[in-house]
Design a protein around this ligand. Sequence first.
Ligand SMILES: [Fe+2]
Length: 593
Amino acid sequence: MNILGLSCFYHDAAAALLQDGVLIAAAEEERFSRKKHDSGFPSHSIRFCLRQAGIDVRDLDYVVFYEKPFVKFERILMTSLQTVPKSFKLFGQAMKSWLVDRLWVKGVIQSELGVESKKILFSDHHVSHAASAFLCSPFSEAALLTVDGVGEWATASSGVGSGNDIRLNKEIRFPHSLGLLYSVFTAFLGFEVNEGEYKVMGMAPYGTPRYVDKVYKLIHTDSDGSFRLNMDYFSYHYSPDRAFNSKFVDLFGAPREPESLFFTAASGYPVYFGARPTNFESLAKLNEHYADIAASIQVVTEEVLLHMAKALHRETGLKRLCMAGGVALNSVANGRLLRETPFEEIYIQPAAGDSGGALGAALYVYHSLLGQPRRFVMEHAYWGEKFSTGEVRDFLARENLDNEVFDDEEKLLDRVVDALQNGKVAGWFQGGFEWGPRALGHRSILADPRRNDAKDIVNVKIKFREPYRPFAPSVLEERSEEFFALPAPERHYPNRFMLYVAKVHESAQPRIPATTHVDGSARLQTVRRDTEPRYYRLIEKFGAATGVPVLMNTSFNLRGEPIVTTPADAVKTFFNSGLDLLVLENCVITKTA
Ligand SMILES: [Fe+2]
C-alpha cells in the first residue's frame, strides 16, 4: 500500500512516501525549488518520492494532507470577527490567500496530481505532528507532546500513544501559543520569524536572563500544565504586519533593528564584519541588552516546556515521551527535558516542524486509521535524493571539471582527514540528503574543531554567519561521553539528529574550542557506524590522526540559501565560496591556486 503525505501552504512544504508502512522517501520542497522555506505545493518533492519508490501517481492508495483547511479557515475567520475592526486588514489578506487555493486543497491536489477525490484524506495538524514522532519511534507506548505556533486551533496538545493508536486528550488553543510567543521575540530581536528562532537560541547564552519576570507578565502557567498568554501585549491575532504592540515595547524597550550586526564584548568583533566601529563599546552594550532579552525568553520557554512535560508525566506515569511541532526543534530546551523531567527517553524525529506533518499524516492513516501494525523506526535522517559516483562523474565530465576519483574508500578518507588537519575546509556530499533542517553529514561543511579559529575560517570562507551562532560537533557515538555530558548516548535518538544541547565537559572544552558555545555547551550529533558508515569512518580516522574523534559540522549552503541538493548545487556553492575541497561521493575537487 502506497501512502503519500503532504504538507504545504503555511510553513515548509514537504512530501513523504510510505510503502506498506515503511518510509521510502521524504523531502522538503525548498531543497528542489531552491526557495528557502518554500511553502508552495511540493510538486518536486512528490515527483522525487514517486521516483524513489518506482511508482506512478496511479499507484497511490491515499494522499493525506497534514491539516484540515476548513477548520483552520474557521479559526482565522472567528479570530478576525472577534477582533473587528482591528483585524480588518488581516481579514482582507486572509480571505484573499485562503480563497485562492488553501481552502480548496482537495481540488489543488486533484488537479496537480490527478488522483481521485476519494483517495484524498485530511489529518488534524497536531495529530500529524504527534504521529510524525510516535509512529516512527521505537516506543510501543509513550506520552505525546506537540508544541508549535499554531495549527488549526491548537497550538499545543498532549496525550498518549499506544501501539498504532494516537490519543490527544488535551490542547491549548490559539491565540495562546508558546511557539508564537517565541516568534514574537524573534521578530522583536530583528529576525525573520520561522527562520530566526535558532538565532535567538544562539544569542541567549551571550546574555543574562534578567527579564524573566517581565516575560512572565506575558504568560501564565496553571498547575495542570497548561498556559495562557496575556493578549494585551500582542497584535498577531489581528494584525498581519506586527506581532507585538506598544504595551510590549513599554515593557521591553525599542525592538532591535532588523538583521543588524550582533556582537558583544564576549563575542568580539569578527574580522568578516569589516572595520571595528569606533563606538564598539556602546553598540556591544546595546546588543547585550538584547541578548538578555533572548536569554529571558529562552529560559521561560524552557520552563514552560518543563512544566508541561512534568504535568504530562504526572498524568500518564509513562517513562517515554515523543515530541513534535516547531518548538521541539529547540535543542536547548530538549536537553533540559531529558535532564530535568522524569522522562527517561525522548523521541523527536529530525523534521519536527511543519514539514514533518507530511510524514505524520501518512503514518497516521496507515496505522491509526487503517489499523496496520507498526514496522518502521526512523533510525536516520537520510531520506532525500542521492547521486551515485557514476552520476557525479558524468556531471563533472559534462562540466569539464577536473577531479580525482577514489575507488578505495580508505584513501579517500585519508585525503580528507589530511586536508582537515591542515586547516582546510571541506564540502562533504554523500548519499541521500537530510530530512529536516539540520545537515547531519550528508550535505555538510566540515572543519577541524580543535582550531580556535575554525569558526572564523568557515565564516570568512562561506557562511558569514553571526558570530554567536555555534557550529555543531559530530562525534563518534562510543566516544561521545569523553566530551559531552549526555550519559549513554546510544540509548537516545534526538542526539543523532542534533536535537539535544549538552554541556561540554570542562576538561574537553580546550580540545574542541570551535564547537563549544560561549556557555560551554554544544549541539552535538552522535554518529553511528550502522546508519552513517562513511561519515563514521571519516571521524574515526580523524580521531586516530588527532586524538579527537570529532568534526565541526555545519550545513552545506551559502547564507540565505537552502542546503545543497544536487552535485550541481554543491559545485556552484564550492566555487562561490572559499571552500578548499569538495568531496562528491568518491570524487574530490580542489581549487588550484
Ligand atoms: Fe505545526
